[in-house]
Design a protein around this ligand. Structure first.
Ligand code: AQP
Length: 330
């Protein structure tokens, strides 16, 4: 079976975007692949975090992944910092990555513009750590949102170059943007992607939002003034985004949705999107409450996950250390 690695940062409670673009698919992929899923806490340090909040969110995120159907027996669920090999490999890869390559990353440019007061080295070398996350497990496939494809490209470049210099070491990972992994846009500014760290709480629906909150946020969602439910991402980004969400949850095509709401106002449409979303999230939320209350269970899962991930990752680091010429003692 092919191996999958994917991660999510504990930078906030996951949004509907994270759910539809990543988490929901992670659960489905377990049927056909060997999966490693990671809470990327080291990556989240590129943005200044309140230590207690980061600790709390890391456990919450792991619980939410379990609630969303990640099976900790057949898949490996772990926290990135619990597997030190990621950081070890990251240094070696950094020494095999060019400054120019990293300077071209659009996420670096975006994030440094967003946080001009904290343009740190970690933000710049983020793609190297991400390459280490992937290459350390010889992952075949990496399910990512469209926003991550440039990072995947650089991971492949780093792997290819390393293999060329030191001999075949890493599997070249393929990006995998699942068919249903639509990009969900902000409800407040529908030309921007929905982000969990957006300061505007009306821009996102959280996976943990209750029904009333979901309804309120969708009611406020920015649309347009022509009053017709029609898919046109360029000219009607708000309505099109709501249609994408509705389509992903109901399986209906855009044409079917247009027909369903022909002659009806945005009010009815928004209500339908809200109800469908709340219905879809309800079972995950119920399970989340139960799992989060069982700290011993969650911590046990994460300990087991770290041990299983480390067994693979430590072997790769030893191999890479040997290949680049670091002295190993008997
Ligand atoms: N709006 C989105 N639509 C579809 N997929 C999305 N993803 C994120 N936002 C959307 C996918 O979720 C996975 C985990 O993301 P992440 O936590 O590693 O970081 P991110 O992509 O930076 O997500 P956010 O929510 O925007 O976080 P912040 O606000 O901290 O930057 C990834 O596979 C991503 O593609």
């Amino acid at each position: 079976r092919k191996r999958i690695l994917s991660g999510i940062q504990p930078t906030g409670t996951p949004t509907l975007g994270n759910y539809m673009g990543a988490v929901r698919n992670w659960a489905l992929l377990q049927k056909d692949y060997d999966c490693l899923y990671m809470v990327a806490d080291l990556h989240s340090l590129t943005v200044r975090e309140e230590p207690a909040a980061l600790r709390r969110r890391t456990r919450e995120l792991a619980s939410l992944l379990l609630a969303a159907g990640i099976d900790p027996v057949n898949s490996v669920l772990f926290v990135q910092s619990h597997v030190p090999a990621h950081t070890q490999l990251s240094w070696i890869l950094a020494c095999n990555t060019q400054f120019g390559e990293l300077s071209r990353m659009t996420q670096f440019k975006d994030k440094s513009a967003k946080h001009p007061d904290n343009v740190n080295g970690g933000l710049f070398t983020y793609p190297v750590l991400m390459a280490a996350d992937i290459l350390i497990y010889n992952a075949d496939l990496v399910p990512v949102g469209q926003d991550q494809t440039q990072h995947l490209e650089i991971a492949r470049d780093i792997a290819q170059r390393f293999n060329g210099v030191y001999g075949n070491t890493f599997t070249l990972p393929e990006g995998y943007v699942p068919a249903a992994g639509a990009k969900i846009m902000s409800l407040a500014e529908p030309t921007k992607k929905m982000s969990k760290s957006d300061p505007n709480v009306n821009s996102f629906v959280l996976m943990t939002d209750d029904r009333d909150t979901i309804v309120r946020k969708f009611k406020r969602a920015v649309t347009d003034s022509d009053g017709v439910v029609r898919f046109d991402a360029a000219n009607k980004p708000g309505v099109s985004n709501l249609m994408t969400i509705y389509s992903a949850f109901t399986g209906k095509t855009m044409e079917e949705i247009e027909a369903e709401f022909a002659g009806k106002g945005y009010g009815d449409f928004k209500m339908a999107v809200a109800e469908t979303t709340a219905d879809a999230l309800a079972p995950v939320q119920a399970e989340y409450g139960r799992i989060l209350a069982d700290k011993a269970y969650v911590d046990g899962v994460l300990k087991d996950g770290a041990a299983r991930a480390s067994r693979i990752a430590d072997r790769m680091v030893a191999k890479v250390y040997r290949k680049v010429g670091l002295l190993q003692l008997d």
